[in-house]
Design a protein around this ligand. Structure first.
Ligand code: ADP
Ligand code: MG
Length: 388
């Protein structure tokens, strides 16, 4: 994010509200390298921050009023009274920032109002967490302006609560933690049970590699219902196996656990994905920490995709086409990322193969009659920060 972007957002704020902002903050979107659908099973995830950010110019107010404006949405300034904020009362984008203010006040923080103008380069609805970027940028700004002294993981928890309760979306803790806590040149190894975290060096360019994000530009309409079914199925699996969460099934005990599930065929597949996925995250972490050639994580990404496609069953023809085409064009690894049924896939490739792989994917999409995908490079970038 450049100084020029902060300048543009600040000057638009001044036009809208008639005064300079108190400051400007930025928070990134993320992609998840490995660890999919593990976050609501108390498991492991490994996201890294994108260079794409939500940027917000913000000023304090003392009169119980919240004013919101987005450069990316048609329409003027929305004005809300803090005392009127109520869960699931707002179906618009304003629910995300208002939800953060609500969650802060619910937690006892004396936030008395704000003027906010924001602008984001995180693609919305592509599985790259534009919503978490929006929440975290607002939370960090208010944390600074009201001197709340909250740490990154605490802000993430409040943002998750905003999205779960105020917006009404049953999301895990990964997206907000990634946006708040990631560091440049690193992936974040996060234990979603206790929120302990570790920065894992992940500098692909130094090793002559690139990581591409391929946004399929589709979102199949049944995705939300299917997400709920998977969550419920995982909870059922944990209950049947007598554990708090599927995280508690050790990889070495997986076969025995699956055998105990009897004729629960559906649940068995879900359990197998979650338990093997946690093990894949641990394998990727140990490979990257050992300083081995990063190329060795490629096959683990491919295993992860197969598990999401065949066991968790949340892939779709577009995501499978990205992965299959990337691999036949020389990619080191590829997998769908995010919730599934559309959204994005990631591709790990030699720098020298990037153009050929991008072309092959674009051509394969055209031949299949799919929408043209958006392909961009994801450089592991900084987490949320004040920029002005
Ligand atoms: P994702 O987080 O994967 O991008 P979500 O459905 O969780 O998808 O969040 C997308 C929603 O976040 C949008 O529908 C919109 O309400 C809000 N949003 C994202 N970016 C912006 C923005 N720049 N301005 C206003 N609202 C935004
Ligand atoms: Mg989201």
């Amino acid at each position: 994010m450049s100084e020029a972007v902060a300048e543009t957002v600040a000057s638009r704020f001044s036009e809208l509200y008639g005064a300079e902002p108190d400051g400007v903050w930025a928070a990134p979107g993320r992609v998840n390298l490995i660890g999919e659908h593990t976050d609501y099973n108390d498991g492991f995830v490994m996201p890294f921050a994108l260079p794409h950010t939500a940027v917000a110019a913000v000023s304090r107010r003392e009169d119980g009023v919240l004013r919101l404006h987005s450069a990316d949405v048609e329409g003027g300034v929305t004005e809300l009274r803090l005392d009127d904020l109520a869960p699931e009362s707002d179906k618009n984008w304003t629910a995300y920032p208002a939800g953060v203010v609500w969650a802060l006040r619910e937690a006892g923080h004396a936030v008395t109002g704000a003027d906010i103008h924001l602008s984001s380069t995180v693609p919305s609805g592509a599985g790259l967490s534009s919503s978490a970027a929006l929440e975290v940028v607002v939370a960090l700004a208010l944390n600074d302006l009201y001197a709340l002294g909250l740490r990154g993981w605490q802000l993430a928890r409040l943002c998750q609560r905003a999205e779960n309760v105020y917006v009404g979306a049953p999301v895990g803790i990964m997206d907000q933690t990634a946006s708040a806590c990631c560091e440049q040149g690193h992936a974040l190894f996060l234990d979603t049970r206790d929120l302990s975290q570790k920065q894992i060096p992940f500098d692909l360019a130094a090793e002559g590699m690139r990581l591409l994000v391929v946004d399929t530009q589709v979102k199949h309409s049944h995705s939300e219902g299917e997400y709920g079914k998977r969550r419920a199925g995982c909870e059922k699996g944990a209950a049947l196996l007598g554990v708090n969460a599927l995280r508690d099934i050790a990889y070495d005990d997986l076969d025995a656990a699956l055998a105990r599930l009897g004729d629960e065929e559906e649940v068995r597949h879900l359990v197998r994905h979650v338990v093997t996925e946690d093990e894949r995250v641990e394998r990727v972490v140990s490979l990257l920490e050992s300083g081995d050639d990063t190329r060795s994580i490629g096959p683990i990404l491919v295993e992860g995709h197969a598990s999401l496609r065949d066991d968790f069953r949340i892939s779709c023809p577009e995501l499978d086409l990205v992965v299959d085409t990337a691999l036949t064009s020389g990619a080191l690894g590829a997998r769908m990322t995010g919730g599934g049924f559309g959204g994005s896939a990631i591709v790990l490739a030699e720098e020298t193969d990037v153009d050929a792989i991008t072309k092959a994917i674009t051509e394969a999409f055209a031949a299949a009659g799919f929408k043209t995908p958006r392909v961009f490079e994801a450089v592991p970038s900084a987490g949320a920060r004040r920029v002005r």
